[in-house]
Design a protein around this ligand. Structure first.
Ligand code: SF4
Ligand code: MSK
Length: 647
């Protein structure tokens, strides 16, 4: 495979030829026009936080050393980074709020089509929040729980309840360092105020604020979103599904769900099974109604319902360019503002549905929980009506699809590994202790046209599993690996080292476990807690042979995720560096000094195979420290496939 190829995915390659021929602009074209990207921005040393500026610091020390106000490059880079983390955390936290409000509305009888799908989970989390559950209806419990969560958003003092799920040692460290999150909205507001001119100008203090606001995401908003999504839409369980643009159907009404919040998309997926609607579609000449997803909305309905995934972030324009999409529903986050321009070339309708996100040229139908089913029906009817406008001559759907088994949660691992009758993490802990499994890495995050799309994920993941590392995934990274066939149980036979393969074969799981959407990275935190609680692998996250990676990160949400993982005590490796390299002090602080302060820190490595080895080395060191047995087997070395991808 050639080095300059834009994506390892054949469907993407085919569509890029098609869009070029059809003169449809894509993200790859726009990336090229932005190159070279601004050096000051990449290094983190430009500031436009006040009207004395904008200012930029010469990273080589020959030009300006300070901004007009006197801020140095350390403060500027740290302040910028904090702003990224705030924006990323705010997205997840607001997503969690939407779910809490929906749960409250359900308890008050103000929703249509929602029910409590995970009763036990509701009772468990409500109890955690101090809700008395005896002699109360599920709706009463849901209402009280939702109110407590919403109160926590506005809480001024105290500690987030879910942060108490973290190991005791970690909680103590957070308190000692003053980074225990208090109230979700308080952390967002306070940290943003710190970035104003002349407030917090000490890069170390700003890093503490980055960790605190990010913890309000990981152990706050994201965890709230995951838990309430499970309560409302059901706990994911392993399900077989298909991924890639080939899931679009030439002879059916195609509806794409795009964005992040599952409140409408879940109902649309459910309502599309309505016999009357299917008949209407048939009356218009279609064979049926095909619902598929893009980005994390896709992951939400994939892991719960097995709804196929048409693509990840970079494929959203390509999906529209197939000319086969009758309706795309977009809520928020990771929705490209260019979509309306692509859709203009076809019959495709795009409708935005979330009050917080509008797009020029895109009609808006505001989603209301109390009309969820009616709205879903109306939207599906819009798609059916639009099917007849499809120009069959301009339909171009690549045929590629891959099978994947998805839907692995923290709760599910108890059952998959421990068996139905002795649900436990013991087998996983034992496999790590005995040297069958070296460790665990969460490979998550976006896909990015600066990388060979999908290539970075698959190369890193193949190298990790060849070295007996169990990989857990979410978001677009999971879709990238799914498209490459790594989410099939058979992938263990093809790519995993002997120890990991034995475990996967014994319990019938893939070596790469798809856990859901970006907010579901909170599941990985819970999995770490469960591993520690099971015993034998230390007392804190920083003891564990576990790490995180985002080889193609792009979103500010990835910054927040990376930071809450680091603040929780796990090493994180990003493909391209955070925008900090213009400040030697900040770079040293987060890649070295932080290990002694928080027990973890950052690494950056653009080459995904080298990156995998940084992670493997890190895990080996943790194994040594825990005095675990040597690995039972040599790593799998004949990775022809990986070598071919690298060449
Ligand atoms: Fe320049 Fe300081 Fe204003 Fe930033 S805050 S733009 S460094 S004067
Ligand atoms: S959708 S945040 S591109 S993973 Fe969650 Fe994908 Fe990244 Fe958006």
């Amino acid at each position: 495979m050639k080095k300059n190829i834009k994506s390892v995915d054949p469907a993407t390659q085919e569509m890029l030829k098609w869009t070029e021929k059809e003169c449809i602009e894509t993200i790859w074209d726009r990336t090229k026009l932005q190159e070279p990207h601004c050096g000051f921005g990449s290094l983190g040393v430009c500031c436009k936080n006040c009207n004395l500026g904008p200012c930029r610091i010469d990273p080589f020390g020959e030009g300006a050393k300070y901004g007009v106000c006197g801020a140095d490059k350390d403060a500027i880079a740290a302040r910028n980074l904090l702003r990224h983390a705030i924006s990323g955390s705010a997205c997840h936290n607001d997503h969690g709020r939407d779910l809490a409000l929906a749960l409250l509305a359900l308890s008050e009888g103000k929703t249509q089509g929602y029910s409590i799908k995970a009763e036990e989970k509701l009772k468990k989390v409500a109890k955690e929040y101090g809700v008395e559950i005896e002699n109360k209806s599920l709706k009463e419990i849901a209402g009280e729980f939702a109110k407590k969560i919403l109160a926590e958003y506005g809480q001024q003092t105290g500690e987030l309840i879910f942060s108490h799920r973290a190991p005791k040692k970690r909680q103590e460290l957070w308190r000692k360092l003053g980074i225990m999150p208090r109230g979700i909205d308080r952390e967002i507001t306070e940290s943003l105020s710190r970035t104003n001119i002349g407030v917090d100008n000490d890069y170390k203090s700003l890093v503490a604020s980055i960790m605190k606001v990010s913890l309000s995401d990981g152990w706050g908003g994201s965890m709230v979103a995951t838990e309430i999504s499970d309560i409302l839409f059901g706990l994911p369980a392993p399900v077989r599904a298909k991924m890639n643009l080939g899931v679009l159907k030439e002879d059916e009404v195609n509806i794409l769900l795009h964005g992040h919040v599952p409140l409408l998309s879940d109902v649309v997926a459910e309502t599309a099974l309505d016999e009357e609607l299917i008949k209407k579609a048939k009356d218009k000449g279609a064979k049926g109604i095909n619902v598929a997803g893009i980005c994390c909305t896709a992951n939400e309905v994939l892991v719960r319902k097995g709804i196929p995934v048409a693509g990840n972030f970079l494929q959203q324009e390509l999906a529209l360019a197939t000319g086969a999409v009758d309706l795309m529903l977009v809520d928020l986050q990771c929705v490209m503002p260019s979509l309306a321009r692509v859709a203009e070339s076809f019959h495709t309708k795009i409708i935005s549905t979330h009050e917080k996100a509008r797009f020029p040229g895109v009609p808006h139908v505001e989603f209301k929980e109390e009309r969820a089913v009616d709205q879903a029906k109306e939207l599906i009817e819009t798609a059916i009506d639009n099917f007849t406008n499809r120009d069959k001559e301009r339909v171009h759907i690549p045929q590629e699809t891959s099978d994947a088994v998805v839907g692995f949660t923290a709760e599910g691992i108890f059952r998959h590994l421990g068996g139905k009758y002795r649900s436990s993490y013991r087998p996983l802990n034992n496999a790590i202790i005995e040297g069958r499994i070296r460790g665990v890495v969460g490979v998550v995050g976006c896909d990015n046209p600066k990388n060979q799309s999908g290539g970075s994920h698959t190369k890193m993941v193949k190298e990790l599993i060849a070295h007996d590392i169990l990989v857990i995934q979410t978001g677009c990274a999971a879709v990238a690996c799914g498209k490459s066939g790594l989410l099939r149980p058979e992938a263990a036979l093809e790519y995993a080292g002997a120890g990991l393969r034995e475990v996967c074969e014994a319990v019938g799981i893939p070596p790469v476990l798809h856990g859901g959407a970006c907010v579901d990275n909170s599941r990985i935190l819970i999995e770490c807690c469960n591993i520690l609680n099971e015993g034998g692998l230390g007392e804190d996250f920083s003891d564990l042979p576990i790490a995180g990676a985002a080889p193609e990160w792009m979103s500010e949400k990835a910054v927040a995720i990376g930071w809450y993982v680091v603040a929780s005590g796990l090493f994180v490796l990003f493909g391209s560096p955070l925008p900090v390299l213009g400040s030697e002090n900040l770079t040293r602080y987060i890649t070295k000094d932080l290990f002694d302060i928080i027990g973890a820190g950052w690494g950056f490595e653009e080459d995904p195979v080298k990156g995998a080895h940084v992670l493997i080395e890190h895990i080996n060191k943790k194994r040594e420290k825990l005095n675990l047995r040597p690995m039972m087997h040599e790593p799998l070395t004949s990775k022809k496939d990986n070598d071919a991808l690298v060449s």
